[in-house]
Design a protein around this ligand. Sequence first.
Ligand SMILES: NC(=O)c1ccc[n+]([C@@H]2O[C@H](COP(=O)([O-])OP(=O)(O)OC[C@H]3O[C@@H](n4cnc5c(N)ncnc54)[C@H](OP(=O)(O)O)[C@@H]3O)[C@@H](O)[C@H]2O)c1
Length: 197
Amino acid sequence: MSKVMAAHAVSVDGYITGREPGAGRGLGDATMLFDWYFDGDTPSQVFDGFKLSEPSARVFDALAGRVGAVVAGRNTYEDSDRFGGGSPHPAARLVVLSHRAAPEMSERQTLITTGIEDAIAAAREAADGKDVGLMGGGVTTEALKAGLVDEVILHQVPILLGGGRPFFQSLPEHVRLRLVEAVPAPGVTHLHYEVAR
Ligand SMILES: NC(=O)c1ccc[n+]([C@@H]2O[C@H](COP(=O)([O-])OP(=O)(O)OC[C@H]3O[C@@H](n4cnc5c(N)ncnc54)[C@H](OP(=O)(O)O)[C@@H]3O)[C@@H](O)[C@H]2O)c1
């Protein structure tokens, strides 16, 4: 069965955006969370235009190359200007999870309004054997609550943002993690965990 992973660029105090993210504003005042995509000499083999440090490229491409479909929360979808009608990943179909209709959704995007289980099932089908990436703190938390997350990856950027949207929201019980790999790189530390079951 394909794996489900949540990989996010996150501040040391746990935020995946700055204050006031939104359509036309992206991550708000936290664009530095993605500086490591462009601060090196090694081109990504998966994302055109990304030039990372060598250790970051190794980690990033290994993860990005596994993804066959993405489940994004409605906030991520809207704050990212609906991904221009496409997907956040060059080779992965986008599934958007929401409670509401999304009238302007393109043919290349799938809307699911019946919950995280259905969204991940739709993504698994679209991924055709590859893995599913989650995007958004709300969606990641929903998937953790449902016991559907296999791996959590923090691309941890050395900054305290002091506010923004958190990667993890409230959970009803502890979720134990096992460290798979910790890779220090210029401007970011990659922390790769498996959910222990
Ligand atoms: N730093 C990074 O690497 C990174 C990565 C991804 C995203 N982001 C940023 O993170 C922000 C979004 O994160 P977020 O935590 O605010 O939101 P999110 O997870 O993207 O979206 C949350 C929304 O998804 C819908 N949703 C969640 N669970 C649902 C369920 N079980 N059933 C139906 N709908 C459900 C709800 O939308 P409705 O109730 O409105 O329909 C909910 O408000 C964006 O600004 C995005 O750009 C950052």
